[in-house]
Design a protein around this ligand. Structure first.
Ligand SMILES: Cc1ncc(COP(=O)(O)O)c(C=O)c1O
Length: 378
């Protein structure tokens, strides 16, 4: 009798259920602190998480915000950004980084990226500064910090403020300091699939600047310091205590999860050695947290289809650099303005990386990529 063909289980690009199961009891206990309290906005649970997250980042203040996008927008607003201003950021980021600038009536100015880390090319930064520039937003892309020392030098020289977009980089470090503590302030997203993710939309701003923190607490609460008196036109963008309680639990597991991500990256490095791919690089100054595992590869779209054919979830984020998106056509950028970002957008693949991905799955992904480049045979 012929033996039945066994189809291996699909390998997802991400699977948040695998993380929830083992911590379900802790999560339920945390939610049970909030629900009977009757306090469903602001309050002590949110404040506790803010203290914990500030301590984790090595900064004085954390202000919980309803999403990463709102965190970027409110941080820029608190820095005084408005119509007529320019804010510099990098060409290959999630659109939210640029949208936060546009929401305030300011103009996003896009810098190209370096070809190794795909992070903001600090050597090109100064050429984009004009008298209207107010803030620089470096994005620690995929979980690897931007080279912040030279960036801060340029910013200080021109009296510009720096807002880190650390949405990919919870727990990443640069010269021993955590992402979020490197600029004047930082915005993080806690979108569910992030390195630290909530169970819904959530975000935070961290800073050592007490005045900025105070302004942000007012801004996120409809312009109020005390209920009933609206000092400025503010926003309704607070982080829910329910999400804060969940994040407080998950923060306790974060270092372990980051080490699991880093272990998977090490395995990929072994499994993919010698193939015609440019694997992610970690600078000696940095700790990469591998929010995404992002080789740059030849024949990218064919590889994605090949992996999908074998049940392996591979993604290709940021396929079009932000300045080349239709919504920014009016700014007049072409690929020639951001050549590195434009090239990398066609070469990037995201291989599955999440803490609970099993070693046999990582191995199968590695073998499949190897099979693709050796003509399709396993
Ligand atoms: C780099 C970057 N910035 C900002 C955001 C926006 O965060 P959110 O989805 O929480 O609004 C994201 C997330 O998706 C992101 O990846």
């Amino acid at each position: 009798m012929p033996s039945p063909t066994v189809t291996p289980d699909p390998i997802p690009a991400e699977d948040l259920t695998r993380q929830y199961g083992p911590i379900a009891d802790e999560i339920h206990a945390a939610i049970d602190r909030v629900l009977p309290s009757g306090k469903y906005t602001l309050g002590p649970v949110l404040e506790e998480f803010e203290r914990d997250y500030a301590r984790y980042c090595g900064v004085e203040h954390a202000i919980g915000i309803s999403s990463g996008t709102a965190a970027l927008q409110l941080a820029l607003a608190a820095m005084g950004v408005g119509p007529g201003d320019e804010v510099i950021t990098q060409a290959n980021t999630y659109v939210a980084t640029a949208f936060a600038i546009s929401y305030l009536g300011a103009k996003p100015v896009f810098v190209d990226v370096d070809p190794v880390y795909a992070n903001l090319d600090v050597s090109a930064l100064e050429g984009h500064i004009t008298p209207r520039t107010k803030v620089i937003i470096p994005v620690h892309l995929y979980g690897h910090p931007v080279d912040m020392d030279p960036l801060m030098q340029v910013a200080r020289k021109h009296r510009l403020r720096v807002l880190e977009d650390a949405s990919h980089a919870h727990g990443a470090t640069y010269k021993g300091r955590r992402a979020g503590s490197l600029g004047d302030a930082a915005a993080f997203s806690f979108y569910p699939s992030k390195v630290l993710g909530a169970y819904g939309d959530a975000g935070v701003i961290v800073t050592n600047d007490a005045d900025l923190a105070k302004r942000l607490r007012v801004l996120r609460y409809m312009g109020q310091e005390v209920k009933g008196t609206h000092l400025v036109v503010g926003y309704q963008e607070r982080l829910d205590p329910m999400q804060a309680a969940i994040l407080q639990v998950k923060l306790r597991h974060l270092e372990g999860w980051i080490e699991q991500r880093r272990g998977i990256a090490r395995r990929y490095r072994e499994l993919l050695a010698g193939l015609p791919l440019r694997l992610p690089v970690e600078s000696a100054d940095c700790r990469h947290v591998y929010y995404l595992y992002t080789p740059f590869v030849p024949r990218r779209d064919e590889l994605v289809a090949f992996l999908e054919g074998r049940g392996i979830g591979a993604q290709t984020i940021y396929r079009t650099p932000v300045p080349l998106q239709p919504c920014y056509a009016g700014l007049g950028y072409t690929a020639a303005d951001v050549p590195v970002a434009a090239r990398l957008a066609g070469e990037l693949i995201n291989l599955p990386v999440f803490p609970e991905l099993r070693d046999d799955e990582v191995q199968r992904v590695g073998e499949a990529v190897r099979a693709f480049y050796s003509g399709g045979k396993a």
